[in-house]
Design a protein around this ligand. Sequence first.
Ligand SMILES: O=C(O)CCC(=O)C(=O)O
Ligand SMILES: [Mn+2]
Length: 190
Amino acid sequence: MHEWLEIADGGLLLWLPQFLAPAEADEWLSWLLTEVTWKEEYLFGRPVPRLVAWYAAVGVRYTYSRLTHVGEGWHPRLAELTQRVSEVAQVEFNSILLNRYRNGSDSMGMHTDAEPELGINPAVATLSVGATREFRLHHLLRKEKRSYQLTHGSLLIMAGTSQHHWLHGIPKTKRPVGERISLTFRRILG
Ligand SMILES: O=C(O)CCC(=O)C(=O)O
Ligand SMILES: [Mn+2]
């Protein structure tokens, strides 16, 4: 099966740079740009530096950074993609948080995905399409760092104890970059 990489303190990573073939990734990028209703999200009265969207079964709720998303149902294409990613991760994902980084000024600060509704050692899978952006992982206590270039069509899965010991995020860049969309798959416990 797939080769998971062990990182400090029981974290696990699976990196599949070509999860989607280039043509399939191109098709997803244009579909997501046109079919998804992208929203601005506000945190403490200020817009976060990216656009977001959320898909899950009706009524599934996810709260992060004091924002609650409630599922309004699946698009069949996204349900099918979730199934594909779930098979690789060996986890039944039931939601997707999508992030759209319009340019190098859009970003996501270092954080953990450790919300209680994800359970103790959640797997979180990130599928990327569009421009390549850096994904950073910093150990919370050690000086250890890791960095992945999340390329068009790539899949990165964090599992094991990753969310207890490692922060992750997408830094801003001054390099001119086009749009990137990440689809982050999670299992919200009922
Ligand atoms: O865009 C990414 O690759 C990271 C997204 C992320 O960490 C999140 O949505 O929690
Ligand atoms: Mn995250």
